[in-house]
Design a protein around this ligand. Structure first.
Ligand code: ADP
Length: 365
């Protein structure tokens, strides 16, 4: 079965053609600068269609950012599903409309091929009310759909299944803490293959320190800055684009922060310390939520590559049965980085969201 995976953003469409059975990526590419030079999403999709040489996939999988409370699993796209995704745009104004343009363009360019929407939020619909409810006026929350939804769900599904494989144990017996540390970063507590808590919330702004986003802050900061003259747009830009590693150290790339730490740059050292402190706080919270853990799993750009972040995140946690093997951890490409006698396994598992989307789409048709 051949799957065509589409990640449609506002100005680009990333795509991959995958053999679902072998997991092999056959082709892939990105069409950029959509919206410039009169090229729209439909035009971009025709360019991709040409690159595919007229060959038709068996199924098309679409990354859709927000599925709200409505989508708990990947779903075959119908007109009604399109409408629902559109309605959910209020919760993800930058993403859902762009995802939808990709879906419409694919349905038009590949008539007769089933389209499947795979939602970043769906995996987290198993989270219970105690963890997804914000303690605000419940009528307000209800009216505006304010609750924790969580993101990176596709990555968590892929990585948790792979972790179970590596551990040689059934996923439904495992308690996992998965740390997806990319430019956007989040943490997830997974019990028996089900998400029971995650650090991102209504939007991807909450939780860990990220490349350009603040993660957790006191909401009172917004009022404080608002009274000082900051507009909503100013605050949005501040917290989403000028915060996190960028806000503290001047750039969003962990490699640069680490170089700064080595050079003794005070801002980089603080950024690293704040990043790690937040990460450890979530690890501690999820240890409590899960009542112990079988494995801690690092994934995405920072999680897969930054040995020093892994080391600092788990330092001194022997009391919880977490023992990193310093040498293994330092060698890139090593999967099991805990010591042989560590009760808790520590794994580095490269994520593959495209393959997970392809698998979920294929499973539905
Ligand atoms: P995205 O969230 O955009 O998918 P990725 O998962 O690709 O991001 O992660 C990108 C980030 O990974 C980069 O911004 C960088 O901070 C980090 N990264 C990549 N390689 C390394 C490395 N060798 N050491 C430390 N950090 C790295």
């Amino acid at each position: 079965m051949i799957a065509f995976v589409v990640n449609s953003g506002s100005s680009s469409i990333k795509w991959e053609l995958l053999d679902v059975d072998s997991g092999e990526r056959m082709r892939g590419g990105i069409v950029e600068r959509i919206g410039e030079n009169g090229v729209d999403h439909a035009g971009a999709m025709r360019v991709i269609l040409e690159e595919l040489g007229g060959g038709h996939p068996d199924v098309i999988g679409h990354r859709v950012v927000h599925g709200g409370s409505r989508f708990t699993t990947a779903t075959i796209v119908t007109d009604e599903v399109e409408r629902a995704i559109e309605e959910l745009s209020a919760l993800a104004p930058l993403h859902n409309p762009a995802n939808l343009l990709g879906i419409r363009a694919a349905r038009e360019a590949f008539p007769g091929v089933p389209n499947v929407a795979v939602f970043d939020t769906a995996f987290h619909q198993s989270i219970g009310p105690a963890a997804y409810t914000y303690a605000i006026d419940s009528a307000v929350a209800e009216e505006h759909g304010v609750r924790r939804y969580g993101f990176h769900g596709t990555s968590y599904q892929f990585v948790s299944a792979r972790a179970a494989e590596l551990l040689g144990r059934p996923l439904d017996e495992l308690r996992l803490i998965v740390l997806h540390l990319g430019n956007g970063a989040s943490a997830c507590a997974i019990d028996g293959g089900r998400s029971v808590d995650t650090s991102m919330g209504l939007t991807p702004l909450e939780g860990l320190v990220m490349g350009t986003r603040s993660g957790d802050i006191d909401a009172g900061i917004l009022f404080h800055l608002g009274r000082a003259g900051y507009s909503l747009a100013d605050l949005d830009a501040l917290l989403n684009r000028r915060s996190g590693l960028t806000g503290l150290a001047g750039g969003n790339d962990m490699r640069d922060v680490l170089a700064g730490v080595d050079a003794g740059d005070a801002a980089s050292i603080l950024a690293f310390d704040v990043y790690v402190h937040r990460l450890r706080r979530y690890i501690g919270a999820y240890l409590a939520t899960l009542g112990g853990v079988d494995a801690i799993v690092f994934t995405a750009g920072v999680g897969e590559n930054a040995a020093r972040v892994r080391e600092a995140a788990l330092a001194g946690m022997e009391w919880a049965g977490i023992r990193l093997d310093g040498e293994r951890n330092a060698v890139r490409g090593t999967t099991v980085v805990s010591a042989d006698d560590s009760p808790v396994a520590v794994l580095v598992v490269p994520t593959n969201e495209e393959l997970e989307i392809a698998r979920q789409a294929a499973a539905l048709v």
